[in-house]
Design a protein around this ligand. Structure first.
Ligand SMILES: [Fe+2]
Length: 330
């Protein structure tokens, strides 16, 4: 199993959820649409055009200005622009949301707001990076980092809403189905399924490093919502493993925050979600492509996973990757 197949499986699961627009799912789409497609009329960034109307999506910079509640790991209520709130209220019949489905179908908008494909792919990537970090910090080697990345990719798959995650069990069941389908043995399956079923243990007591890694990977990616400056490192398990490695941990978190801010760009997300045949591969290639004065922009991350990513990096640059670079003006 390669990670891009994991992402394909994830995307199929999302489609399945989206096709089931009843009950809770219907509520999800009402909210999701409000959160994803925001502002009709004026804004700084004109991304999507729908005949006579310009439809705009909130820029990630606006996320940074939201109230920070990272300490609870809650996602903040989305702050509506006044006019958007009115639009949302006036479309109780779902007409506006229908428009969003059309936009997703036309590949003009990502299917989800904060918990979409980009979050899933980055969390998978962070689990791979953290598997190496944990080892560097003296912890035992993770026996199958790819399965752990799979767990990372699936940790939000069954979500039907943003905000508090009530769907850890359902997401873990989806992972269980995938691993059984791929004939992973029962003992191994249950170990990896547990990492997402109990990703955020209520008593704060983790039972395995795999569980800690998935937790830390998800926790790091909250930077996409609160921004680098509002993010608190104290909830990351690995920062307390070795006092002598505080500088390394700080630099690592800075690199991760930098990569999140680049890839959270709505045009990047939309392009990869809809046009890439290898979302994970394109993201990894981007990680290695970005340079500052001829040197890697992410020296710690790339140094940690270079050997693991050799196969991905050898792939001839696909059309979608070239488009990605042009979106980023590289
Ligand atoms: Fe998540």
């Amino acid at each position: 199993m390669v990670v891009s197949q994991i992402i394909d499986a994830w995307n199929s699961s999302v489609v399945e959820v989206e096709n089931n627009v009843t009950g809770k799912s219907k509520d999800f789409f009402k909210k999701a649409n409000s959160q994803i497609v925001k502002k009709l009329l004026e804004a700084e960034e004109k991304i999507l055009q729908d005949e006579s109307k310009v439809v705009l999506i909130r820029s990630s910079e606006e996320d940074d200005s939201m109230d920070c509640v990272s300490e609870d790991f809650d996602f903040p209520e989305v702050v509506f622009h006044e006019d958007v709130e009115e639009i949302a209220k006036s479309n109780e019949d779902g007409k506006e949301y229908g428009k969003h489905y059309d936009m997703v179908n036309k590949k003009m908008a990502p299917a989800r707001g904060h918990h979409g494909a980009m979050h899933c792919v980055r969390v998978a990537l962070w689990t791979q990076v953290l598997s190496k970090v944990y080892q560097k910090l003296g912890r035992e080697k993770i026996d199958n980092p790819i399965l752990l990345a799979t767990a990372g990719a699936f940790h939000d798959v069954a979500r039907e809403d943003e905000g508090i995650d009530y769907w850890d069990n359902e997401s873990s069941e989806a992972l269980e189905k995938l691993l059984k389908h791929d004939e992973v043995d029962d003992v191994t399956t249950s170990r990896y399924v547990q990492t997402i079923r109990e990703k955020d243990p209520k008593d704060g007591q983790f039972s395995t490093d795999m569980q800690r890694i998935v937790h830390d990977a998800d926790c790091l990616d909250i930077i996409r919502v609160v921004g680098k400056w509002n993010f608190s490192k104290k909830f990351l398990c690995f920062v307390d493993f070795d006092d002598k490695q505080k500088t390394f941990c700080d630099q690592l978190v800075n690199e991760i925050a930098d990569f999140i801010s680049i890839t959270e760009d709505i045009k990047v997300r939309n392009h990869l979600e809809h046009n890439s045949n290898d979302f994970y591969g394109d993201l990894v290639r981007l990680l290695f492509e970005l340079k500052i004065e001829g040197k890697s922009r992410f020296p710690l991350i790339t140094g940690l996973v270079r050997d693991d990513m050799r196969e991905v990096l050898e792939v001839e640059n696909a059309e979608s990757f070239k488009t990605l670079l042009s979106i980023l003006k590289l």
